[in-house]
Design a protein. Structure first.
Length: 202
């Protein structure tokens, strides 16, 4: 294999490998969002039911007025409706499946490239160009991943990328606030607010 061909093959190998890994990370992120989305809606729906049951318990009749209960119920019901519509339209589960399919196709392409690299084929350059075109065609078919997916991929492969510990923590924090924080807020904030209210107004 000529030096120029080797450099092209190595560059293509790295591109396919890194994109493949990033796609699988995108798949995991989207599955996580799908799961947290469903959990958030379940919790919010449960909170609506619980608030409606409060008047049935005599021990709490002095804690919440009927007007406040109606207000909280209305707010939570609207939140469930709007949030449910937004999350449903996001189609995280379907997008996760597409990212996984893309990753699998890239994995096959990466294996094909490895086989050509290890074999002694006289027309290496033509084969490499064909694989480069296949790589481009695969990416054209599927939706692109988010930048956070590639950043997280880099932190998981320190031998290939120069990523400091502080940079790793920055990526993790960014990942949490861009993908997880909202759902944790929706799940836990009503419990925290209820605890604060009962503590100071009971």
């Amino acid at each position: 294999m000529k030096a120029a061909q080797k450099t092209f093959a190595e560059d293509l190998d790295f591109k396919i490998w890194s994109t493949k890994g990033t796609k699988f990370i995108a798949h995991e992120r989207l599955l996580l969002k799908h799961r947290l989305s469903n959990q958030s809606l379940s919790y919010l729906t449960a909170y609506v039911v619980i608030v409606n049951l409060i008047p049935l318990f005599n021990t709490t009749k002095h804690l919440l007025s009927a007007d406040l209960i109606s207000f909280v119920t209305t707010v939570l019901s609207i939140l469930v409706l709007v949030f449910g519509q937004i999350e449903s339209s996001a189609e995280y589960n379907l997008k996760a499946l597409k990212q996984h399919e893309c990753g699998r196709q890239l994995a096959k392409l990466h294996l094909e490239l490895s086989n050509i690299t290890l074999s002694k084929v006289s027309d290496d350059e033509h084969n490499f160009m064909q694989l480069a075109q296949k790589y481009s065609d695969i990416l054209d078919v599927y939706e692109n991943h988010d930048s956070i997916d590639y950043l997280l991929f880099k932190t998981k492969n320190p031998s290939k990328y120069s990523v400091s510990e502080s940079e790793k923590w920055k990526v993790r924090i960014k990942y949490y606030f861009s993908n997880v924080f909202l759902y944790h807020f929706l799940i836990f904030s009503p419990i925290i607010l209820a605890g604060i209210y009962t503590t100071f107004y009971s």
